[in-house]
Design a protein around this ligand. Structure first.
Ligand SMILES: [Zn+2]
Length: 167
């Protein structure tokens, strides 16, 4: 199924091939930082504020992971969640990024199209032309994320459910 401007849920992102899932088990993931990013006030919210309604501040939550492979390479993964993260973990729509080549050449272009790609100044510079050139070969056709992002999502799910990381 082509990705046409339709944001994917974690369930859909996670549908990667068995080989990648298997290889993700050898990775060591570590949450290195988390950030709160204030959501920009919408025009509608501005009107409510003008009318005297109390302003509610909404934050995006950004999580930065370091992922180490057996070969000794370390990659940076970002996971961004929107305000109002749902109880059903896999139903949420998120944005992700990984600094590895697999992500750059196979995932980034399509994730950008479906609004699932985490972009800031640094990741934009890193991905560069990969954002403009569609991948020519996508093994299996359905791989949305690399094994590093997959491993981080598994850790993130554990932290959401067992450590209340989003509270
Ligand atoms: Zn990766």
């Amino acid at each position: 199924m082509p990705l046409i401007n339709r944001t994917l849920t974690i369930r859909q992102l996670n549908q990667i091939d068995a080989g990648r899932i298997d290889r993700s088990k050898d990775l060591r993931v570590k949450l290195v930082n988390s950030y709160k990013i204030l959501q920009k006030t919408s025009f509608f919210q501005k009107i409510l504020k003008f009318l005297g309604f109390k302003e509610t501040l909404n934050y995006y939550r950004l999580f930065k992971y370091a992922v180490k492979s057996n070969s000794g390479s370390t990659y940076t993964v970002f996971i961004q969640v929107s305000p109002g993260f749902k109880q059903q973990f896999y139903d949420n729509k998120i944005k992700v990024f990984c600094s590895c080549a697999d992500f750059m050449f196979r995932s980034a272009y399509n994730l950008n199209k479906s609004d699932n790609l985490f972009l800031n100044k640094a990741t934009k510079i890193h991905l560069d032309k990969a954002l403009e050139i569609a991948p020519t070969t996508v093994p299996g056709g359905t791989t949305h994320i690399c094994k590093h992002v997959y491993a981080c999502l598994m850790d993130f799910r554990y932290k959401v459910h067992n450590q209340g990381i989003l509270k």
